[in-house]
Every structure is written in structure tokens, then in C-alpha cells.
Design a protein around this ligand. Structure first.
Ligand code: G4F
Length: 325
């Protein structure tokens, strides 16, 4: 047997999946990626194609789906991974109100499928589960931060599904001794972020206005705050969690809250424009319930694993604007 580590990444075609695949390949892993079939073939691997790793000999893409247990069983048997990173999800909070059942099937029951399959086929594989700050809902500690010990009371179908998965991972860890770590990741962005998430929607809109292609940008709630970091930094935290000597749960965040309005101001200013001249508000983009303020304390991640971010809010936005230009 060779000493090459093998990792299975579900959700490899997403923002985080593409950064994680790059990182693992750089570290000498053989990476297997789970790919869900879409009807538009060119979207399936666009992020991987764009970074030139699609044809890398250390990357193997296989079709499968979190809601399709036989597909997971087949892939795990063939791959026999050392590490599994579960990044697959219906990850859009607003859309989880429109598709609550699908979100639950993929983000909650899908994790049950995956854990059962791992328990049976490769129980010693280390597992990373992508948890989310949406699991906290509007609960926070007295100092305004969320941390691993803060109560969790989600306010969206997405948050509920992620919380089920988070708790299930803890149960499989304690009941069966499996190495499963939950990341509790706050918002993380990059030039590879989908255009229907607010950061890249604002960046793309501002750049299009700057180029004279459109005149206005319609958004929802401008007062909500989020703790935004860079996806590249956050996937490194995922990998570090699985290199630790024991499984645990870790918050990953920057510890700073910025409002959507601040974000607009920064991005438009980067292009020498004033967002107030262009941004409108449309009820379509509001949510039935909103997570109003979000700020995380990742001291445990920093103290235990030595994680530090390399981007700031500003350098991340600069990179996103430059990439879009
Ligand atoms: O960019 P967002 O859609 O991200 P959201 O809902 O915070 O979720 C993201 O981060 C979570 C971690 O906390 C992940 F678990 C999740 O998978 C996802 O990656 O919205 C951010 C904020 C919200 O308050 C939203 O109401 O922006 C506000 N917003 C205002 N106008 C908008 C818009 N969001 C979107 N997507 N589109 C708008 O036009």
C-alpha cells in the first residue's frame, strides 16, 4: 500500500470543494470528488475547470448524491478514504424556505446516509462535517459572540437541517468512537462564491454598473450583519481539524461583524462609486425570518490548532472586485 492519503470530498464542485481540492492536491493527497448530476453539463465542474485541476491525475470525480445511499456505499467501497469532507449541501438559506424538504433530504438525511455508510465500510476514516453559524439562529452569548458552547436555535430550514447533522455527528462520535469533527463555519466568500450570495451579488452588480451594463442593484435586508472571512482560509481550518489528534467541534470566524450596507459601501467605494446612487431594496430578497447579527469567537480553533486567517474583510473584497473586473 502506498503512503498517499486519500480524501473523499462531497460537494467538490462548490466554492469550498474547489479550494479544498486544490489544498489537498498540493499536500499530496489523492482526491476523490462526489459530483451530483445536473442537466447543464458545463456547470458541473466549472470551478474545477477554471482552476485547471479538472484533469489533474490526482483528482477523480465520481457521480453520486447524498440522498442516494447506494451511490455513497459504492463510492466508499471503491475509494476507501482516509479522510471524508462532507461539503455537499443545499447551502442557500433563502432558498431553504422555498425547498425545505429537499434541503432536509440533502443536508440532514444525507449526512445520516453518509455516516451509516462510513460506519459500515470504513469506520476508521476521519470525517469533517460542514456545520454553519446558521445553526445558532438569534442566540448569542452576553458579549455578543457565538462560540462552541452557545445555545443553538436555528431560524431557517437550512439551519434546522444543519443542526440535525451536527448533532448526529456528535452522536456517532460518542456512540461508535468514530473520528468526526464538526466545523461551525461563519460566512466565507471568494471570487468563486455563487452569484446569488450577497457578497458576490454586490461585487458582480457593482462591477456591471461600473462598466455601464446595468443601472441599479436590487437587494434585500441591508441591516443584517455577518462575520465574513475568505473560503481559502476556512478550508485550511477544515483540513487542520482532521489532522488534530482527537475529533472535536470548532467555530471558524473572523470575530468581526459588518452589515450588508457596510459591504455595499466598501465594494462600491473600491470602484469610486457611492452605493446609495444605485442600490434599491426589493421584498423578494427578504427572508421570512432573518438571522440579524452574526459574530463568532474562534479562540478554540486558534488556541488548539494554531489557525490564523491570511485575508481581512477588505483584502477579501479587493480580491473579489479585481477578479470580477
Ligand atoms: O450571502 P447570504 O445569502 O448568506 P447567509 O444567508 O448568511 O448564508 C451563508 O452563510 C452561512 C454561514 O452563516 C452558510 F451556512 C450558508 O450556507 C451560506 O453560505 O446572505 C447574507 C445576508 C443575509 O442577512 C441576507 O438577508 O445578506 C442579506 N441579503 C440582503 N440582500 C441578501 C440579499 N442575501 C442574498 N443572498 N441576496 C440578496 O439580495
Amino acid at each position: 500500500m502506498s503512503g498517499t492519503k486519500r480524501a473523499l470530498v462531497t460537494g467538490i464542485s462548490g466554492q469550498d470543494g474547489s479550494y479544498l481540492a486544490e489544498l489537498l492536491i498540493e499536500k499530496g493527497y489523492e482526491v476523490w470528488g462526489l459530483l451530483r448530476r445536473h442537466s447543464v453539463p458545463e456547470n458541473q465542474t466549472s470551478r474545477l475547470d477554471a482552476i485547471g485541476i479538472f484533469s489533474n491525475p490526482n483528482l477523480k470525480l465520481v457521480y453520486g448524491d447524498m440522498t442516494d445511499l447506494p451511490s455513497l456505499i459504492g463510492i466508499l467501497k471503491e475509494c476507501m478514504p482516509d479522510e471524508v469532507y462532507n461539503l455537499a449541501a443545499q447551502s442557500h438559506v433563502r432558498i431553504s424556505f422555498d425547498q425545505p424538504a429537499f434541503t432536509t433530504h440533502a443536508d440532514a438525511e444525507g449526512v445520516l446516509n453518509l455516516l451509516e455508510a462510513i460506519k459500515t465500510i470504513c469506520p476508521t476514516a476521519k470525517v469533517y462535517q460542514a456545520g454553519s453559524s446558521e445553526m445558532f439562529g438569534n442566540e448569542y452569548d452576553e458579549d455578543g459572540y457565538r462560540r462552541e458552547t452557545t445555545p443553538m436555535l436555528p431560524v431557517s430550514p437550512y439551519g434546522c437541517a444543519k443542526l440535525y447533522a451536527y448533532n448526529l455527528c456528535r452522536v456517532y462520535r460518542s456512540s461508535y468512537g468514530m473520528f468526526i469533527s464538526n466545523g461551525i463555519l461563519f460566512n466565507h466568500e471568494s471570487p468563486r462564491r455563487g452569484l446569488n450570495f450577497v457578497t458576490n451579488k454586490i461585487v458582480a452588480g457593482a462591477v456591471d454598473i461600473h462598466k455601464g451594463k446595468i443601472n441599479t442593484l436590487a437587494l434585500g435586508n441591508l441591516e443584517a450583519t455577518r462575520d465574513w472571512g475568505h473560503a481559502k482560509d476556512y478550508v485550511r481550518a477544515m483540513w487542520m481539524m482532521l489532522q488534530h489528534d482527537e475529533p472535536d467541534d470548532f467555530v471558524c470566524a473572523m470575530g468581526e461583524a459588518h452589515s450588508v450596507r457596510d459591504l455595499c459601501e466598501e465594494v462600491f467605494a473600491e470602484l469610486d462609486m457611492d452605493y446609495r446612487d444605485y442600490v434599491t431594496q426589493d421584498p423578494r430578497y427578504y427572508r421570512p425570518t432573518e438571522l440579524d447579527d452574526l459574530k463568532g469567537d474562534c479562540s478554540k480553533l486558534k488556541d488548539t490548532l494554531g489557525w490564523e486567517p491570511t485575508y481581512t474583510f477588505r483584502t477579501m473584497l479587493e480580491e473579489m472586485v479585481q477578479a470580477r473586473l
